[in-house]
Design a protein around this ligand. Sequence first.
Ligand code: FES
Length: 157
Amino acid sequence: MSQSIPATTSQANPDALAACEGCLSRRAFVSQAVLAAAAAALAACGGGADATAPSTIGATIRVSDYPALANVGGVALASVNGASLAIVRTSTTQFLALSRVCPHEAGRIDPVSSGFLCQKHGARFDATGTWTGGQRTSSMRAYPTSYDASTGVLSIG
Ligand code: FES
């Protein structure tokens, strides 16, 4: 007595095969699933378009509006032209303007006694915005500044 091997659906039923012409092949399904997972992973990394510091600021501030900048070493947190900045007075006539958007994955950077600290993964920066430890990343983005002592206006490029 011989045994018969059951036919697969597509072999047994041509209508079923025709009805599945729009179905994904297993390989295509797996490929799309992998792409979807990769996209989700990238999104989770905070790589959105608004997650980076702007390349320029193009604005001015009046230093006297920020009491923290009255003395050398003072740090003021300010939103300037929509950018979140830490402005540091480094001398009577010089200032640093640093983005508070972490270069790693856009966490918020806050001032601490030793400089700055990213609240998201713990990257540390000195008072000039140079990366010093913690999560490996680049230094804080710095914008050019020029101060007009006669008017008390700081231009941030
Ligand atoms: S976002 Fe990861 S260290 Fe700042």
